[in-house]
Design a protein around this ligand. Structure first.
Ligand code: UDP
Length: 330
């Protein structure tokens, strides 16, 4: 990716899985990074790789609360990335009110900060805005099939509201916004207890525990390796958007959960028992991004196939589980 001029970037959720890789990539490109994180779902050790860097500042705060002085006093922030939100179904459902407020109140606070600084703002939205989609693959103009009263609604509807607010700020000329709809992403720095399918299956396989497949495993997902995702987010932030539209970011290679399981078993050589648990309520049956818009506007497409990304992820979790150390950045 072409190097942009140096920025002061605020990364909300910068201690989390994708956020920590983004902070690293921004620092590597010579930018100054202020990481704002509540550490609610982040692995604190993700910060270890960042904290020694002279251009890195960590501020512990929850974006649901009024933003701290360390951030509001600034007038020189030129980029704001909002990645702050629990994103794994068991975690975002653990405190659904807080999840909804993180997306709605938190995004409002950060949009106002963008307005005050004249900063460009990037919202990380989600493929969950498409709900359990009837359209396949999912294009950005598909409006989704979301259950607004179900257990996933706190996340899905929170992100939909955040998108609405970001586009209103843009329409009113209050902030220059970008909206990424992130599809399933995986890689080093995920929390072993995150609860998502790749971290669960790999950790269960590596530790010889029963492997949990929800439902019959015929549901599909399309998995994007984290370095590809970070590249997409940075390209989107620096792009000139011709119109007010969201952009799907994800890897279009689609797998059933049983196919994913086969790949995990092949890579780990695990002999774990596979148990089938009930399919969670409103679990989407199929998901695959249409990424033509990202390809055209950003010149972006994922480079790391599942096999390769899974090998890197297995190596990371093996180190996590057996050595108790976590210093891997892809
Ligand atoms: N899943 C599974 N076993 C697990 C965790 C998840 O079979 O231990 C399934 C889950 O029901 C869903 C898919 O894997 O169909 C992806 O789930 P994940 O929580 O990773 O993300 P989602 O795409 O549902 O937000």
């Amino acid at each position: 990716m072409r190097k942009s001029k140096s920025h002061i970037a605020l990364v909300a959720g910068g201690a989390g899985f994708i956020g920590s890789h983004l902070c690293r990539a921004l620092l590597d490109q010579g930018h100054e990074v202020i990481c704002l994180d509540s550490l609610q779902t982040a692995r604190e050790v993700n910060l270890d790789m960042l904290e020694g860097h002279r251009n890195f500042t960590f501020v512990r705060a929850d974006i649901v609360d009024p933003l701290p002085d360390a951030v509001t006093r600034r007038r020189d922030i030129s980029r704001i990335y909002n990645l702050a939100c629990a994103a794994s179904p068991p975690q975002y459902q653990a405190d659904p009110e807080h999840t909804m407020l993180t997306s709605v109140v938190g995004t409002d606070r950060l949009l106002r900060l963008a307005e005050q600084n004249g900063a460009r703002f990037l919202l990380t939205s989600t493929s969950e805005v498409y709900g359990d989609p009837e359209a396949h693959p999912q294009q950005e103009d598909y409006r989704g099939w979301v259950n607004c009263t179900g257990p996933r609604a706190c996340y899905d509807e929170g992100k939909r509201a955040a998108e609405a607010m970001a586009f209103d700020f843009a329409r009113l000329g209050r902030a220059d916004v970008r909206v990424a709809r992130i599809f399933n992403t995986y890689g080093p720095n995920m929390h072993p207890d995150d609860g998502r399918v790749i971290s669960n299956l790999v950790c269960q396989a590596l530790s010889g525990e029963d492997i949990t497949i929800y439902g019959d495993g015929s549901q599909t997902r399309s998995f994007c390796y984290v370095s590809d995702m970070v590249d997409g987010l940075m390209r989107l932030m620096e792009s000139d958007m011709p119109d007010l539209q969201p952009v799907n970011l994800g890897n279009p290679d689609e797998y059933t959960i049983m196919e994913l399981l086969e790949e995990v078993l092949a890579q780990t050589g695990a002999a774990s028992r596979v148990i089938h648990l009930p399919l969670p309520v409103d679990d989407p049956r199929r998901r695959r991004p249409d990424i033509r818009r990202a390809q055209t506007l950003l010149g972006w497409k994922p480079k790391i196939p599942l096999q390769q990304g899974l090998a890197l992820t297995c190596a990371f979790f093996a180190k996590e589980l057996y050595a108790g150390s976590a210093e891997t950045f892809a």
